[in-house]
Design a protein around this ligand. Structure first.
Ligand code: NAI
Length: 286
């Protein structure tokens, strides 16, 4: 697997005036901008559902720490897009921090936590979105193929929760949203590794929810059905038609459908919801 070491790539602040000392401005911004809903860490925000979540949160004034694994040019383009969204929605002080990292690395969680602390921003939430698939029938699945998916889709989120929870505990607030899958609830032939990881993520969600509820922290999962992203683009036409046939609403979901559910679970409106799995699947299971 390709590995990158984590480093601070960009720290961009949208601002009315031309303040060039970004760090100084960040401090001013934190003190003066009491209306910001705070910083949300979103993993795997370079495309698909993660990018949709980032766009939606930017348009609602959240400061964002986004993890990605691509070249600086691609990241700069994305940053410009997110800034434009925030600006269009009237948020001039929104901050974007981009961290290039592989979540399979042992120290990714700790380094992201360090970046959060260095930002000086209140940590509103964590969205564990990054995930991979390595499909194949279980009987022919290698141990590496099984463990690779477990490492990125389950161990990665665990390590990141473990690294960021002390910050949330100190604040006595915070929201964690783990992106699981309907496959983690119902299983899927050819995805034993992925289903095990996504089911594990639900167990992690419920256990953490119990552990940290007394500190005002909520932990929930979103279980998307079939969403149109790079992950599902590889589906053969016949399989796609068969899936759509099983969806009550008669269509695949859009990344934005998941983003809206995530934003709700991050919001104050969801403060009495914890340890839950919100299925966003167009009625796949009814
Ligand atoms: P995608 O493949 O389009 O994007 C995945 C993101 O995760 C990318 O930004 C990628 O760079 C990042 N990523 C992957 N491995 C990483 C690693 N080791 N370290 C750091 N970042 C890494 O996937 P998509 O479709 O947007 O899925 C996002 C989440 O939603 C995943 O957890 C996936 O399992 C879940 N999901 C997706 C469904 C779908 O139909 N697309 C259905 C159910 C769940």
């Amino acid at each position: 697997m390709e590995r990158h070491s984590l480093r601070f790539d960009h720290k961009v602040v949208i601002q009315k005036s031309n303040v060039t000392d970004t760090l100084e401005y960040m401090r001013m911004n934190t003190e003066n901008n009491s209306n910001t809903p705070g910083l949300v860490v979103v993993t795997g925000a370079s495309r698909g559902i993660g990018l949709a979540i980032a766009r939606d949160l930017a348009a609602h004034g959240y400061d964002l720490l986004l993890t990605h694994r691509d070249a600086p040019e691609a990241q700069s383009r994305r940053q410009a897009d997110l800034m434009a969204r925030a600006r269009e929605a009237g948020f001039v002080d929104t901050q974007f921090i981009a961290v290039n990292c592989d979540l399979a690395d042992d120290d990714a969680g700790d380094r992201i936590a360090k970046a959060v602390r260095e930002s000086g921003l209140p940590l509103a939430g964590l969205v564990n979105n990054a995930g991979i698939t390595r499909d194949g029938l279980a009987m022919r699945m290698s141990r590496e193929q099984f463990e690779e998916v477990l490492t990125v889709d389950l161990t990665g989120p665990f390590l990141l929760c473990r690294a960021l929870l002390p910050i949330m505990m100190r604040q006595r607030s915070g929201r964690i949203v783990n992106i699981s899958s309907v496959v983690g609830i119902y299983g899927n032939a050819g995805q034993a590794n992925y289903a095990a990881a996504k089911a594990g993520l639900i167990g992690l969600t419920r256990s953490l929810a119990r552990e940290v509820a007394s500190r005002g922290i909520t932990v929930n999962a979103v279980a998307p059905g079939f969403i149109e992203t790079d992950m599902t683009a590889a589906m053969p036409e016949k399989a796609r038609a068969a899936v759509i046939d099983r969806i009550a609403l008669g269509r695949l979901g859009q990344p934005g459908d998941i983003a809206h559910a995530v934003r709700f679970l991050l919001s104050d409106d969801a403060s009495y919801i914890t340890g839950q799995v919100l299925e966003v699947s167009g009625g796949l299971s009814i």
